[in-house]
Design a protein around this ligand. Sequence first.
Ligand SMILES: C[S@@+](CC[C@H](N)C(=O)[O-])C[C@H]1O[C@@H](n2cnc3c(N)ncnc32)[C@H](O)[C@@H]1O
Length: 241
Amino acid sequence: MSNWIYDEYKHCGVDYSSVGNADNYDNRHTAFRDYKKEFYDMLEFLGLKDIGKLSMIDLGCGTGASTIIAAEHFKHVYGVDVSDAMLLQAKNKVCNKTKNNIEFIKAGFLTYEHKDEPVDLLITKAAFHHLPDFWKQIALLRMNKMIKAGGSLYIFDIVFHFNPCEYKEKISEWISDFEKNAGAELRKEVEIHIRDEYSTFGWILDGMLERAGFSIKKCRSGDEFITEYHCIKEKEVGFLF
Ligand SMILES: C[S@@+](CC[C@H](N)C(=O)[O-])C[C@H]1O[C@@H](n2cnc3c(N)ncnc32)[C@H](O)[C@@H]1O
């Protein structure tokens, strides 16, 4: 591998390769998230038909918050993550289930090589901000290759939509609100997010999506931070893995 390729296994910000962080992840997150509700809200937002016939990749799947529920509905589901510790949590949840339509793969946005047919839907939740912007663009080009023509890309992440001149007030206010909903421990996590991870502005992500052959069908953000995108693969890009 070239020396200048970004090492996506090194974990910027919160270290998800840590067994302790992975063990606690669901406890911490279900204190302020409802995985099922999030999943069904996402399906409603996407408005896909006949999902029993569709395949899906979950990139940055973590402990399988969406992947496990998706396997109950989709034809085939691939959960991809760079962290062994997070993948172990996800795999433990499917041990006793009879369905064999779910695969977990250790890889990331820049290293996953999808060997099967391109999928109908690729989702990535709360993970894309782990890449700096240059590498986000490369990751989007790679995602284009994993999705079939006319297929969907769903991104859920912290994306900034406020006026950059107001960054101090906006970020302080948002972190305080977040602490009210999710508690002091999660406040530390979002402080790390802003300081050490790579969330970006909406206008930057919009331009990257377009350059990667996607159109933005819908974009929704209630608080100028947490944002969902439904994008459609409009064209192939001249890009080889
Ligand atoms: C905040 S967790 C989100 C997990 C899950 N999607 C959810 O909704 O709970 C972020 C996840 O992104 C993973 N991650 C970080 N960098 C990544 C990369 N370059 N490629 C794929 N996954 C990555 C981490 O290992 C971690 O499991």
